[in-house]
Design a protein around this ligand. Structure first.
Ligand code: SF4
Length: 169
C-alpha cells in the first residue's frame, strides 16, 4: 500500500487529459447531432460485418461507441441481427469463406437498406487484392452506397460516411 502511494507521489497521473470545450470533436458533436435528427428523425441501427478484415477497422468502429464519440447518445446504435438493421457496415475484403454469410446478412436486412464499405480493403481489396482467398471488394458482391477509404479510417470519417449514405437515400 505505502509502496503504491510513494509510487503515485513520484510519478503522478499518467492519464490522458479530459477533453476540453475547445476539443475538435466536441465542436463537431452538436452539428452531427442536428444533422442526424434532420436526416433520420429517429435512431439508425447498424449491423457491422467483418468480411475478412485484419480487425484494424473494427478498432476504429469500436471507438465510435466509447464515451468520447458516444454515437449511441447521438441516436446511432449497433445491433446484433441484420433483421433489425437499417444499414450494413462492412469491413475487409470479402473472403471466399465469408461470401455466403455476407450475402445472407444482406438478404436478411429489411428494405430500404444501405451498405457502407469501411476501409481500404472493403473499398478496393487493399493489401489483400489478388489473394487466392478473397473475392474482391464489397462492391463485387453487393450494391455499395458509400465507400470510406483509409487504412483504417478514423472514427470521424466513419461517421461522415454513414451520414453520407443516409443523405443519399
Ligand atoms: S483497411 Fe487496413 S485496417 Fe482495415 S481491414 Fe484493411 S488492412 Fe486492416
Amino acid at each position: 500500500m505505502w509502496q503504491l502511494i510513494r509510487q503515485f507521489a513520484r510519478t503522478g497521473h499518467s492519464d490522458e487529459p479530459a477533453p476540453t470545450a475547445e476539443d475538435a470533436w466536441r465542436n463537431e458533436e452538436q452539428k452531427v447531432r442536428r444533422e442526424i435528427l434532420d436526416l433520420l428523425g429517429r435512431a439508425l441501427c447498424i449491423r457491422q460485418i467483418d468480411a475478412g478484415s485484419c480487425n484494424g477497422c473494427e478498432l476504429e468502429i469500436h471507438a465510435l461507441n466509447n464515451p468520447y464519440y458516444n454515437i449511441e447518445g447521438l441516436g446511432i446504435r449497433f445491433v446484433a441481427s441484420p433483421r433489425h438493421a437499417d444499414l450494413l457496415l462492412v469491413t475487409g475484403p470479402v473472403t471466399l469463406n465469408m461470401k455466403a454469410a455476407v450475402l445472407a446478412a444482406y438478404d436478411a436486412t429489411p428494405a430500404p437498406k444501405l451498405v457502407v464499405a469501411a476501409g481500404e480493403c472493403a473499398c478496393t481489396g487493399g493489401i489483400f487484392s489478388g489473394s487466392y482467398a478473397v473475392c474482391g471488394p464489397v462492391s463485387s458482391i453487393l450494391p455499395v452506397d458509400v465507400a470510406i477509404p483509409g487504412c483504417p479510417p478514423p472514427p470521424v470519417d466513419l461517421l461522415r460516411g454513414i451520414l453520407t449514405a443516409c443523405r443519399a437515400r
